[in-house]
Design a protein around this ligand. Structure first.
Ligand code: BES
Ligand code: MN
Ligand code: MN
Length: 444
């Protein structure tokens, strides 16, 4: 294939700032959907349709019919996370740039580059070796509500033998992976109100309550310095991975020291110290503060006691936990931990249930074989710390969901200077082309 042409096409896709969490980018999300639809038509798909939303449509398509062959549903997302902080990007997020064999842009790895890879693997095959269906959505980064509603109304869209989700990464360079769990998510805003309005900190300071102080104390109570989350009942559903699995993780190319020094690049790690880092990342719930809003943050100085403060927070959930239960537990904990003299409220923005997947479909073996042939190593089973909200719903039709991907652990998803190594893309096209052919042949 002409790699120069492929790069031009991918760069065109990456130039569209399809940020789904910002309404100012609605038209860009629509434009990214149009880009995907045009690509699917070029591949020879019939019935290319937009479902569920004008601004963040799910792109649905059906490939050419291959009688007797299995059906593979391809899932992906064309939306991306906001690119800020902008001044930390070496080159602007929506001006894709190649440096040292890496393509830098928001969405390069998550997930436009991977969607591109799955589609170009069909082009590389020169034909459709099996029955393809496509669900490429535009709201994954905001909880996938549009797609989940579509699937509730039209469950027949899920009729397939397997669903391929390439929105993940290798566990390490040269170590492709297939994932057995995804964490869930519960995203909320906690707001503390202490007075009718802001007050002069000289006239009132010393006696009037301060919203930021109250919020900080509340947040500090929700998670202790030892990493334990102080939400009653939260850990009740958490199950430790079986001993054999914990043992198997020790053979993965993962070193806690390298994780600290090369990936996190901090002075030390946090969390529940009696568990391995992988267990903390993959099999335990988390509580994170994403940002705190309110009070005076402008230039210069202003002596004021803020009356309101809001924290954006989220919890990651592990298999067996339920998003609705955790929402109830968080709301109750906030109510219980807030002192009488403040009004504390919790607003839930979006979330996801966790997922656990058994690797018991023949397609997993074929994917393993495809990776082995192209990159010299098969897929290692791993767990994922991240979330893909629609995955539990994708399983509802009975198909096996294959969680894999071509990214690398240092791709900096959601962060400045996100990138995709071009070799990962070229290998990925070969891997998925081979996988499609194996799956198509397997039925004969
Ligand atoms: N591709 C990621 C999920 C992911 C990241 C899986 C890393 C495995 C490893 C996905 O696009 C994502 O970022 N999901 C969000 C979902 C949320 C906004 C509802 C997440 O995990 O934060
Ligand atoms: Mn993604
Ligand atoms: Mn993402």
């Amino acid at each position: 294939m002409d790699r120069e042409r492929l790069l031009r096409e991918l760069e065109e896709f990456l130039r569209i700032p399809s940020v789904s969490t910002l309404p100012a980018h609605n038209a860009d999300c629509r434009a990214a959907a149009e880009w995907v639809a045009a690509e699917l038509r070029r591949l020879g798909c019939r019935d290319v349709e937009f479902l569920g939303s004008e601004t963040h449509p799910v792109v649905w398509a059906v490939g050419s019919e291959v009688p007797g062959a299995p059906t593979l549903l391809i899932y992906g997302h064309y939306d991306v996370q906001p690119p800020d902080p902008l001044d930390e990007w070496t080159t602007p997020p929506f001006e894709p740039t190649i440096r040292d064999g890496r393509l830098y842009a928001r969405g390069a790895a998550d997930d436009k580059g991977q969607v591109f890879c799955l589609l170009k693997a069909i082009e590389a095959a020169g034909r459709m070796p099996l029955n393809f269906r496509f669900l490429i959505e535009g709201e994954e980064e905001f909880g996938s509500k549009v797609l989940q509603d579509v699937l509730k109304r039209e469950p027949h869209r899920l009729r397939a033998d397997a669903v391929l989700v390439a929105d993940m990464a290798y566990v390490a360079p040269e170590w492709p992976a297939v994932y057995t769990t995804l964490r869930g998510l519960c995203y909320a805003e906690i707001t503390v109100r202490t007075a009718k309005s802001d007050l002069h900190s000289g006239e009132y300071g010393g006696a009037a309550p301060n919203a930021h102080e109250e919020l900080c104390r509340l947040l500090g109570r929700l998670k202790g310095a030892d990493g334990r989350i102080n939400i009653p009942g939260l850990y009740a559903a958490v199950k430790r991975p079986p001993r054999a699995e914990l043992q198997a993780w020790k053979k993965l190319p993962f070193k806690e020291r390298d994780f600290l020094h090369k990936r996190v690049q901090a002075k030390g790690l946090t969390g529940l110290k009696s568990y391995s880092v992988l267990e903390r990342l993959w099999a335990l719930p988390t509580f994170e503060i994403h940002g705190i809003i309110g009070g005076f943050t402008g230039t210069g100085a202003k002596t004021v006691i803020p009356a309101e403060a809001t924290a954006k927070v989220s919890l990651r959930l592990v298999p067996n936990q339920k998003r609705v239960t955790v929402e109830r537990q968080l709301a109750a904990a906030v109510k219980r931990l807030a002192p009488k003299h403040v009004t504390a409220s919790v607003k839930f923005l979006h979330g996801a249930d966790p997922a656990q997947i058994r690797l018991n479909h023949p397609a997993f073996g074929m994917l393993d074989e495809a990776f082995r042939g192209v990159v010299g190593r098969g897929t290692v089973p791993a767990r994922a710390g991240g979330s893909i909200p629609v995955v539990p719903a994708l399983r509802a039709g009975g198909a096996s969901v294959i969680l894999t991907g071509i990214g690398l652990p240092d791709d900096r998803l959601h962060a400045p200077n996100e990138k995709l190594d071009l070799q990962q893309l070229w290998d990925g096209i070969e891997v998925f082309r081979t996988f499609y052919e194996l799956l198509g042949d397997g039925a004969r």
